[in-house]
Design a protein around this ligand. Sequence first.
Ligand code: HEM
Length: 437
Amino acid sequence: MLPPGPGLTATLGFLRDPYNFLDRCAREFGELFTVRVPGVAPFVFTSDPKAVREIFQGDPAVLHAGKANSPLGAFMGERSVLFLDGDEHLHDRRMILPAFQGERMRAYGPMMRSIVRAVTTQWPIGLAFPIYPVMRAITFEVIMRAAFGLDESAKASRLKDLIARLFALYSGRLASLFQLPAFRLDLGPWSPWGRVVRLNREMEATLYAEFARRRAALEENREDILTMLLLARDESGAPLSDAVLRDEMITILLAGHETTAASLAWAIYRLGQHRDVAHEAYDEIARLPDDADPSAMRYLDAVVNESMRLSPVVPNIGRVLQADTKIACRELPKGVTIAPCIYLMHRRADLWPNPDNFDPSRFIDSRPNPYSFIPFGGGTRRCLGAAFATYQMKIVLSELIRGFEIVGVENYQPRPTRVSIAIGPSEGMPIMLKSRE
Ligand code: HEM
C-alpha cells in the first residue's frame, strides 16, 4: 500500500500554490506522502535524506528520471539528455558534459558581465519596477550567447527572435496544460498548439541551417556550447545527430534561462528584505576588483545557496520506478514516481535550525550535504548547468550590489507561482533601487 496523501481537489493546489500545498502535506502526512493526479501513476514525495541518498546512489536502470521529466518533452524535444534513461542517457550526458565543466565558466565571465552592465545603465532609480522580466531578458541573452556565440548579425537576431517567441508561448497561461497530451491539438494556425507547431517548424529550419553553416566552417577555438557539441564524439567516433543536437540545444536554452532568472529574482528579493546581509555582501564585493572571478565571492556564494534553499525554483524531482523497489525500508511498486521534494527537504527544522529564516551564514565554511541541500537534484542526473547557473548568479548579483542598494517595495509580498518550468514570483517581483553614487 502507498503512503497516505491529500485528496484530488487538494492536489490542484500544487498547480496554483505549490509551496503552500507542500507545507500542508508535510504538516498532515510527514516526510512521505502520495500525490495522485488523474490519468497519471501516483507520485510518492519524500523529504527524508536517507531515502534521497538511496535514490541518488540507486541503479539508474531502475530509477528513470527521463520518464519522470517527460511532460516537458513537448517543449524541449524528447531526444535530449533530460528525457533519456539508462545507457542512452549516460552516453549523451558524457558527450555534452565537457561544455559545462567548472573551468569552462571563465570563458563566459566577460560576456556575462558586459550583458549585465549594458542593462543596469538603463535601470530607473527610486521607482518601483518588476525585476523578474529583466532577469529573464539577461539570462536569455547570456544563454543564447553562451550556446551559439552569437554576434549581432541579422541571422543571429532571426534565430533569437524565433526562439524568444517560442519560449513566450511556453511560458504563457496555457503552458501547464500543454504538458498534457490532450491539450496538444493542432487545430490550425490560430489554435494555441497550432501556433507552437508552426513556430517550432520555422525555428527548426533556421536551427538546422545554422548547424550546417557551422559544420562547414568549424572553428575549433570557438568557445560556445554549439561548437563543443559539434566537435563531441563518442567512443566509436560518432558525432551527435542533428535531431539530437536540436533537442539538446533547446533543452539547454529553456532549462538554462528560466530557472536561473527565477532564482535570481528570489535572491534579489531576499537582499532587499535583509539589509544586514546586503551590507555584508556589498562589503565583500567592494573589496574585490571590478572583474573579480565569482570563486572569490564567498559570502555571495552563501547568499545564493541560502536563497535557493528557501526558494528552490524546481520544487521536486522524480524517478519512475521500473521494478518494485525498497526505499528507506518501504516497499514501493513498479510504475510509481518517487519524488525527492527539494522544497520540503530545505525546510526541515532538524537539518536547518530556524528553517524559515534567511541566514546565509549557515553556508559559510561548511560544505552542503548533497542529500539534504539539493536545488540541482543529484546523482547521475544532477543538473548539468549547476556551475553555469551559480557562476552567472554571482556575476549578476555582484554587478547589482556594486552599483545599487536594493529597497523592498512596501506591502509587496511575492507569491510563489508557476512560471514556465520554474517557480517564480507573482507580479514580476517589483523592487526599487538607490544608486550608490
Ligand atoms: C538556478 C538554475 C537551475 C536550477 C535550479 C536547475 C535545476 C535542475 C534540476 C532540479 C534538475 C533535475 C536533476 C535531477 O533530476 O536530479 C536539472 C537538470 C538539468 N539541468 Fe538544470 N537547473 C538550473 C540551471 C540550468 C542551466 C543554466 C542549464 C544549462 C545551461 C541546465 C541544464 C540542465 C540539464 C541539461 C539537465 C538534465 C541533466 C540530466 O538529466 O542528466 N540547468 N536542473
